[in-house]
Design a protein around this ligand. Sequence first.
Ligand code: SF4
Length: 137
Amino acid sequence: MILKKLPHPLRVINFITCRPTPLLSIGLFATNRCNSKCKICGIWRSEPKVDLEPEIVENLFKSKLLKPGYTTIALTGGEFILHPKCCEIISMCKEYGFNFHLLSNGLASDKLIKIVRLFKVKKLFLSLDGGPKPIRW
Ligand code: SF4
């Protein structure tokens, strides 16, 4: 039980050596596009539609804020897979060696399945809130 409460070894090393510790996880809200109209969320109403440029993501990946193999990137939005360059961003996560997971509402299921297969996505979080009927405005 006590072992679970110990900090990550990288945190301990950085504390001892007075180095800043990279972030353990970040949420990349890459787009405000969404193909759902959930009552609990107004992102689908946002105008204009905005997509995070892959160049900005790459600069973030190169920064000392994150560390490949340590930091986990949550790819979300809106609906992340509606980002016109979502595949480029996922490729970049893999290329830089970051752990990542994908969040989705599952509505664009064909595209989602293709992406999961293509990139061998290890963690996919599907938001399946509500009853049998979709909850939309
Ligand atoms: S699926 Fe998610 S991002 Fe899209 S409207 Fe619903 S809660 Fe918001």
